[in-house]
Design a protein around this ligand. Structure first.
Ligand code: HAS
Length: 555
């Protein structure tokens, strides 16, 4: 059986309602966060001033938090719950836990968002000390994290219950992938949770006078790099296990996909120093070691690139396209469920190369803190990841609402993808170039007292505003498509496309499901990469800092 029947069976209403709730928050976040992004590019063009005395750093913080943390986390949890529901099932108790997770995250999001909007948390999404926010911001973040942990442990339980009922059987690939992603998330977010609870909350409440800035940043980046893989892995789930079905093929290799995810679990955490290469107070030897480990985390992405190409070619050749590139031409270009993620894959080629440049110690000195980095993450998270999420939404939302992705909506989706590609190409390219010319990131428009170098940036800043405007049109169109898929398109059954294994696929080695082994190695690697430098950082710390609140100054 290739699972087609199960792919076409809709979820019971009570399950679909839970998964859809996460999608509502995702798309509201897209609209709000996107609007802030548009305003930012306008301000940075130098041709526009924000009305009502609104602070640039307020909208920048809303943009980063709402898109980088809220949209992604809600989409990921909703999508992953749906994957678990489809592959291993959900019990009443687990569904209730899912709701607790959703509401805790939502309450936390509202707390943090309101605090930012009233100007009490102009600290950007990285909330670097000594910039301080109102305690409600940190409490809000803590709620979001705890809510996501509840989601994670529910997913672990779902697989555990399934395994008990299916003794000796291999776990479904997508359930395995979800558990890897949530394991990584839990292990990584322990860092930021520790920093928020032990450092930021007492400091913002005035219980402690100073904060150890370097420790807080190190704990943030211990979390911050795996965070980007937490965003990426759901896209990889779709690339490995869903896209093959959409193009009419089979899984390339169950074992390779599992191995890639295990490698991502092991190597995505002990690499946070590559975000701190210019940070004083960290021994360069440990920076070097973490750079080497960063190059290791590139390997599973290269494995992914290889197996996707292979899937495309094998599928095409099985359909009888024997010429050198015939199989490529015959990919389903008119199907937005394929087209949007495909553009995301292509964007990951320059996005990944940019990442490798960033991770190279010497070159990082050139690009760190410039808008090149902003260009890098708009290619990776805002194109590769988000276009794949959109690609998923085109079938997931109608599957959950019992509606159809009509021909007309499919066409609009293709147009949306093209608009996004054009807007992002203009904006991200301009950011990369301006970064190489020294243009800083995280800053409002400034003429820097008429410095000659600044003149070379202006054209690129204008280009970013043009790209940003096109992207915002794309966001409006995507919101329209989401509303149509949720409430108005005709009733019917949209497939939940999960690819099956080839009949003659090799047996997946049992060791790939040895959780003790992989989690053990992950913890050992983290201990190796962080113990000595962390002791060093704590022992030789400079004096801590009192809180500063932007734009008023000292708190
Ligand atoms: Fe990054 C900064 C290094 C990947 C996101 N990154 C950031 C920040 C974000 C971010 C948000 O080492 C800013 C954080 C902040 O606010 O300060 N990044 C890397 C490396 C990778 C990488 C080595 N980043 C990502 C991904 C992200 C993301 C993924 C989001 C989802 N990044 C850095 C570094 C910094 C950094 C430094 C700090 C810079 C600084 O100084 O501040 C690697 O994982 C990349 C590996 C990827 C590949 C590409 C594989 C290609 C594939 C597609 C195949 C295509 C097909 C289609 C099959 C090797 C899988 C082909 C079809 C055709 C027709 C051609």
């Amino acid at each position: 059986m290739d699972g087609t029947e199960n792919n076409l069976r809709l979820f019971p209403k009570k399950d679909a309602r839970l998964y859809m709730s996460f999608m509502y928050v995702t798309f509201v976040s897209l609209l709000v966060g996107g609007l802030m992004g548009l305003l930012q590019t306008f301000v940075r063009s130098g041709r526009f001033t924000l009305p009502f005395n609104i602070n640039y750093y307020t909208i920048l913080t809303v943009h980063g938090v709402i898109l980088g943390l809220v949209l992604t986390t809600f989409f990921i949890l909703g999508f992953q719950f749906a994957l678990m529901g489809k592959t291993v099932g959900i019990t009443d108790k687990q569904r209730n836990a899912g709701w607790v997770s959703f509401w805790m995250m939502l309450v936390g999001t509202v707390m943090a968002a309101v605090t930012i909007l009233v100007g009490q948390a102009n600290v950007l999404y990285t909330f670097y000390a000594p910039l301080a926010a109102h305690p409600a911001f940190y409490f809000g973040l803590a709620f979001v994290i705890i809510g996501s942990w509840i989601g994670a442990f529910t997913n672990f339980r779902q697989l555990y219950v399934w395994k008990k009922a299916h003794k000796g059987e291999k776990s479904p690939l997508l359930a395995f992938m979800v558990v890897i992603n949530m394991l990584m998330w839990v292990i990584a977010s322990l860092g930021v949770a520790t920093s928020v609870v032990i450092q930021f909350i007492p400091w913002s409440l005035g219980y402690t006078e100073t904060i150890n800035v370097l420790v807080s940043r190190t704990l943030f980046w211990y979390f911050g790099h795996p965070l980007v893989y937490f965003w990426l892995l759901p896209a990889y789930m779709a690339w490995y296990a869903i896209i093959p079905k959409i193009i009419g093929g089979k899984l390339f290799s169950d074992s390779l996909a599992r191995l890639a995810f295990i490698l991502l679990l092991m190597f995505s955490i002990p690499v946070g120093f590559h975000h701190q290469l210019t940070e004083p107070g960290i021994d360069p030897t440990w920076k070097f070691i973490q750079v080497v480990l960063t190059m290791m985390v590139v390997i599973p992405s290269l494995m992914t690139a290889f197996s996707i190409f292979a899937t495309f070619e094998i599928t095409g050749r099985k359909k009888g396209f024997s010429s050198l590139f015939g199989w490529f031409k015959k990919l389903p270009w008119g199907d937005v469920r394929f087209f949007a993620p495909f553009v995301g894959m292509v964007a990951f080629i320059p996005g990944g190369i940019g990442g490798i440049i960033n991770a190279s110690h010497q070159m990082n000195a050139l690009v760190h803190n410039t808008i090149w980095i902003t260009g890098h993450f708009h290619l990776t998270v805002a194109t590769t990841v988000i276009l794949t999420y959109f690609g998923i939404a085109y079938w997931l939302v109608p599957h959950l609402t019992g509606r159809r992705l009509t021909k007309q909506l499919n066409k609009l989706g293709i147009i949306q993808t093209i608009i996004w590609t054009v807007g992002m190409t203009i904006m991200s390219t301009a950011m990369h170039i301006q970064g190489l010319l020294g243009g800083p990131r995280r800053s409002a428009y400034s003429e820097y007292a008429g410095g000659a170098q600044v003149d070379t940036w202006i054209g690129y800043q204008l280009a970013q505003a043009v790209g940003g405007t096109i992207l915002f049109i794309g966001i409006l169109l995507m919101t329209y498509i989401f509303i149509k898929l949720t409430f108005f398109s005709p009733r019917g059954v949209e497939e939940f496309p999960i690819a099956a294994e080839d009949e003659d696929a090799q047996v997946t080695p049992k060791i790939l499901e040895n959780w003790y082994l992989w989690v053990g190695i992950t913890i050992a690697l983290i201990a190796f990469a962080y113990t000595i430098p962390m002791i060093d950082i704590i022992k030789h710390s400079p004096p801590g800092s009192i809180p500063f609140k932007w734009p008023i100054g000292r708190m």
